[in-house]
Design a protein around this ligand. Structure first.
Ligand code: ATP
Length: 220
């Protein structure tokens, strides 16, 4: 693993989520994306959910623990828990600006989102500034097409989209890449619902995370 932050030949990505719980719909497409575009590291960023928003069923510490269990022993992944320590709303753009500052201006950096998140990106705080800090890598997600919600978002996508993944390592930020990743029909909502109904979730998330959910009595 290169450690020199000025080494511009490597591509590091961040992947934010509530992870309530983390599941194979997060992990598998990101692993495929890493192979597709040459990511050497993906740092998972569990979200702080502000009090005025619907709260996750698992608390912050439990969501973090599930992420740690899911990535244990997998050198592709790391976790950054900075958003969980915040007491104020944490906007993705602010976290990305902080990380960009730490990493320096030259290192290529990317932020991963699912196709569903891309479709509503214009509702994010200062969404157009995202590309001033990083590239955007978009995972395919079943059930979501590629028609943007608004012409403004569609136009922004057309302006910044690239189809050649090699470009992503040549510039620190500014491109949008729609990846051809495997489509897994898995959501955290479905897992919570299955648990509420007493159904098994065997193929949906790692066994270590399932065991933790059992032990903690989550999603009952
Ligand atoms: P919930 O069902 O509770 O809304 P979720 O399964 O969508 O949760 P999140 O933690 O909210 O999971 O998602 C984090 C990121 O992962 C988002 O950008 C989302 O689009 C993406 N994502 C989640 N599940 C998938 C999937 N099956 N395929 C591709 N991307 C996904």
């Amino acid at each position: 693993m290169p450690t020199n932050p000025q080494d511009t030949t490597v591509l590091h990505a961040l992947f934010g989520g509530t992870f309530d719980p983390i599941h194979y719909g997060h992990l598998r497409p990101v692993e495929a994306l890493a192979a597709e575009v040459g990511l050497n590291r993906v740092t998972l960023l569990p979200n702080h959910v502000p009090p005025h928003r619907p709260q996750p069923e698992a608390n912050a510490q439990q969501r973090l623990k599930m992420v740690e269990l899911a990535i244990a022993g997998n050198p592709l992944f790391a976790v950054d828990d900075r958003e969980l320590h915040r007491t104020t709303p944490s906007y993705t753009i602010e976290t990305l600006e902080a990380i960009r500052k730490e990493r320096g201006a030259a290192l290529p950096l990317a932020f991963i989102i699912g196709q569903d998140s891309l479709l509503t990106l214009h509702k994010w705080h200062r969404w157009q500034s995202l590309l001033e800090t990083c590239h955007l890598l978009v995972l395919a997600r079943p059930g979501y097409n590629d028609r943007m919600d608004t012409p403004e978002l569609q136009q922004w996508l057309e302006q910044h989209q690239v189809t050649d993944a090699a470009l992503l390592s040549l510039q620190p930020q500014g491109y949008i890449y729609l990846a051809d990743t495997p489509q897994l029909e898995i959501s955290a909502t479905e897992i919570r619902q299955r648990r509420h109904l007493g159904l098994d979730c065997d193929d949906l998330l790692p066994r270590s995370v399932q065991r933790y959910i059992e032990l903690q009595g989550l999603y009952r």
